[in-house]
Structure formats: C-alpha cells, structure tokens
Design a protein around this ligand. Sequence first.
Ligand code: MN
Ligand code: MN
Length: 282
Amino acid sequence: MKYSLPRLGTFVLLALLAVACGKNDEVRPADTNDNLALGNPSGAVTSTSSPTNYLLVKTQYTVGYNRDAGKPLWVSWHLDQNDLGSAPRQDDFRADASLPSGWYQVKATDYVGTGFDRGHNCPSADRTATVADNSVTFLMSNMMPQAPNNNQQTWGDLEDYCRTLARAGNELYVVCGSYGRGGTGSAGYQLTIAGGKITVPANCWKVIVILPTGSNDVSRITSSTRVIAVNTPNDNSLNAVWGGYRTSVDAIEAAAGLDLLSALPTSVQNALEAKTDTGPTK
Ligand code: MN
Ligand code: MN
C-alpha cells in the first residue's frame, strides 16, 4: 500500500473540502438574485461608527446610507418579472424608524415646498408583487431630493425601460445613487433642504446590468453583457431623453468615489466599465 491510512484520510478530507468549496462557488447566495450580488459599492457597514456610509438592508433593496446627507449614497436591487405584480402604489412616505437611535430620521414632510421631489432610488413600480414590498420603497431612507423634471421624465422613462426589459424575459441588477452638493429644482438652486439636514445632490446616476433570466447570475456576466450607465444633472432644465446621458461606469465611479460591480472579476469589470452603451432606449 503506497499511502498510510492517516495520509489517505487527509487526502480524502482535502478532496471533500475541495468539492464542497467548488460547489459553494456555484451556488453562493450572491448568485441567487441577491440585491447586493454585484458588490457593496462603498464598503458600507451596519455600524453606528459608520454614519456616513451605513449599510441598511431591506428585503426589497439594500442602501448605503449617509446620515449627514439625509439620503443614500447608493441603493442596489435586483429586478425581474417576479417583482412586478398588481400591488397599487402605496404613497405612504414615512421616516425610517430602523435607523440607529439618535440619528435624524428624514420626515415625509421635509421636502414639501422645496421645489424637489421625493425621488425614489429603488422605484415604487419595481416593487409591486405585494403591498408590503411596495410600501417599503416609500421609506424616506430610499429618497433623494430630485428635480421634478428629472424624476418624472428622464428617470421615469429609464425606470419604465428597465421594467420593459424585465417583462421581456430579462433580469436586471440595478444600482443608483446621487453625489455632489447643489441642484436646481422647480424653485431654484439649493445646496440643502430641511434646515441643512438633507443634501441636494448635483447629480443622479444609475447603472443597470441586464441578463436573460437564469441562474448563477454573477458567473454569467461577461465582457459582452449589456450595461447601461446614466449620469444626469439634478437640474430641472435637463433633457427628458435619458439616452443622451449615457456614460461609462468608470466615469461614474470616478465622479461618485465608488467601486461599482466589485463582485465581478477584475478583467470583466475593466471591460464592462470602460464602455458606454449604444443600445436601444425603449
Ligand atoms: Mn472601474
Ligand atoms: Mn468597479
């Protein structure tokens, strides 16, 4: 016998571990429609010692929250046709009581009269499978002060297009957010609202990764997967047509100070992030 029994035992154990790890790679939770499957763009953590980069996890979406700006840095979610049902728009805007105690909770009325919409990051219409799912999108921790024409036209049309793609048999990983300070709503330019508790962003951006519906999503993303990156000025005089605001993921990363799609292999990230989409817009 070439191998002693203990050595054979070790070999079998290592072989079993290798099989277990290999299998884990194939079915890790990140591949199962997880809202944060493509990575945490800012390394946000759920800790009160990280108030400007706080990880806020909902079943319906995941937020990198900035307490001192009173809005998300980014929100990430998965979208497919299972998210789209018949639940009506709840319109129950409200403070997010799940924020750590002592932190300012943005109120439903904080945007009133400012000339800025309560702009959803994760859209209401992306979460209509149940009333509960829809209601969670109305937490003020999912909102940013957005110029009305941006929210209702440019972004609204982009959001519609995402749902069109989902209904056509695709699944989408979406991450959006806002950065900078100072925007122009329907009542003019503002740096902040609510007495300084909420920063008005200068730009609102969105990155959308589109796959045919399937499993093992992360491993199916290649350098030829369609990625749409859009960066719009938070200015009420912007163009209603979103297609003209397409840019590269790299440009958004540089402007917002984030690492998007960080769960993808570096080679895939480099290829996808350098491109600007030229595909259809409706
Ligand atoms: Mn990059
Ligand atoms: Mn990246």
